[in-house]
Design a protein. Structure first.
Length: 430
């Protein structure tokens, strides 16, 4: 069953009599949608912003988890059957999948599980150095990662303990990229930089976590064990940076560029002007596997005492119906009910004709202007069709054909007999 979540937006609230009329319009629209049995949730944008800022995203967007889980299960099954090479390959596939999404909640823990399994298989194959590196990676990604004699053989447990034991440390510096528009690729073996683009502006407060532990705010310099190190840099309203890096004995510097979270930006933009990108983001953030939510975005504007209601309906995939516009000078309840009824019966399309395809929901103008009569352009005069006998090439062709015919006739004619007259009237010569 699909629930319909109605979100109300207002364009540039006017003052005076128009403000009162705008309030009446909002109430009328709320009554109309309630009468049709749908829920009015004006705080839906705030709720979506909260869930996004907390790091939660709809499970439907985590399709990569399914592939990683299959590879992880395949590796564990192969390890139980002592198919060690197959186990190493399967765990490696899982690590590649999870490693590409370390900024997603839970991905680091699953990547750690895959690294542990690969380390056990490598140890069984006699590749102890590679196994130690896998154990160190697992501990960096998940501080609680552990192998004990209760789960593995004593020799594997000892190898794990030795691999993750405190060793030499090196300096690690984490700072925010000073010039987000420039290429911040590392220029030395001791420098690593996140591959992201940020936007400058107000000062960004970014929290830094190293190996699952909060160490302070960027910029910061700390001592960390040499080897694999899991670094996370997060800031409100920004896309987080999460990287597994290899810290050299000489140390490392990380310049993290935190791009603005496009989903949060789209949600916040909804408060100013409804747009297709924002409503699609809203529908996605409020979507869960058990509860499908459709979003109805409605813009309300009043100008010169005339009410304008503009609405569009989106499904959980962000596909949109065609925008509907209702204007009325009176009868707000009737106009609101008419708009809701139109939208309820409008088919939703993802085709090129859907208004969401170009990112616009309804009108570009702010505020919604007083509805004016459509400007009609003068009709374009139709060109007179030229008749066939008025075409110059026709007469030129006829002249050429006739000239050719006369020339051929003259050339093919037989010579005629000649006659000669004399002065002698009694004689006639031929």
């Amino acid at each position: 069953m699909h629930a319909l979540l109605v979100v109300l937006f207002t364009y540039a609230p006017p003052s005076g009599h128009a403000a009162d009329r705008l309030a009446q319009a909002t109430q009328a629209l709320a009554r109309a949608v309630r009468a049709s049995g749908v829920e009015v949730a004006e705080g839906a944008v705030a709720k979506a912003e909260e869930t996004r800022a907390a790091g939660f995203e709809p499970e439907a967007t985590f399709a990569f988890f399914a592939g990683g889980r299959r590879a992880l299960d395949d590796g564990r099954s192969a390890l139980e059957r002592v198919e060690l090479d197959r186990a190493v390959a399967a765990f490696g596939r899982a690590e590649a999948i999870y490693g590409a999404h370390l900024d997603r909640p839970g991905a680091a823990t699953l990547d750690s599980d895959a690294a542990l399994g690969r380390g056990v298989a490598l140890f069984e194959l006699g590749r102890s150095d590679e196994a130690a590196a896998a154990f160190q990676k697992a501990r960096a990604l998940e501080p609680a990662a552990l192998l004990t004699t209760e789960t593995v053989r004593p020799d594997i447990a000892r190898a794990f303990a030795q691999a993750v034991a405190p060793a030499h440390t090196a300096p690690l510096s984490v700072r925010l990229a000073s010039d987000p528009t420039s290429d911040t690729t590392a220029t030395s073996p001791t420098t690593a930089t996140s591959a992201a683009t940020a936007t400058s502006g107000t000062e960004t407060v970014a929290e830094v976590r190293v190996n699952g532990r909060s160490v302070g705010r960027a910029p910061i310099a700390i001592e960390v064990p040499v080897g694999p190190c899991f670094v996370e840099v997060r800031a409100t309203g920004r896309t987080p940076v999460a990287r597994l890096v290899e810290v050299a004995p000489s140390g490392m510097t990380i310049a993290a560029a935190l791009p603005i979270d496009p989903v949060l930006s789209a949600l916040r933009a909804l408060r100013a002007r409804p747009a297709g990108a924002g409503v699609r983001a809203l529908a996605a953030e409020l979507d869960t596997p058990k509860r499908r939510v459709g979003a109805l975005a409605v813009a309300i504007g009043v100008d010169a005492g005339v009410l304008t209601l503009v609405g569009q309906r989106f499904d959980e995939q962000g596909c949109a119906s065609r925008a509907e516009v209702v204007t009325a000078q009176a009868g707000l309840d009737r106009a609101a009910s008419e708009l809701v009824a139109r939208l309820a019966t409008r088919p939703v399309s993802c085709g090129p004709n859907a208004p969401a395809s170009d990112g616009r929901l309804v009108m570009e103008a702010q505020p919604i202007a007083h509805p004016r009569a459509e400007r009609r352009l003068p009709p374009v005069p139709r060109r007179r069709r030229v008749r066939f006998y008025e075409r110059p090439w026709l007469w030129a062709g006829l002249l050429a054909a006739s000239s050719l015919a006369v020339g051929l006739a003259a050339g093919l004619a037989q010579p005629s007999p000649s006659y000669r007259a004399t002065a002698d009237g009694n004689a006639f010569s031929h």
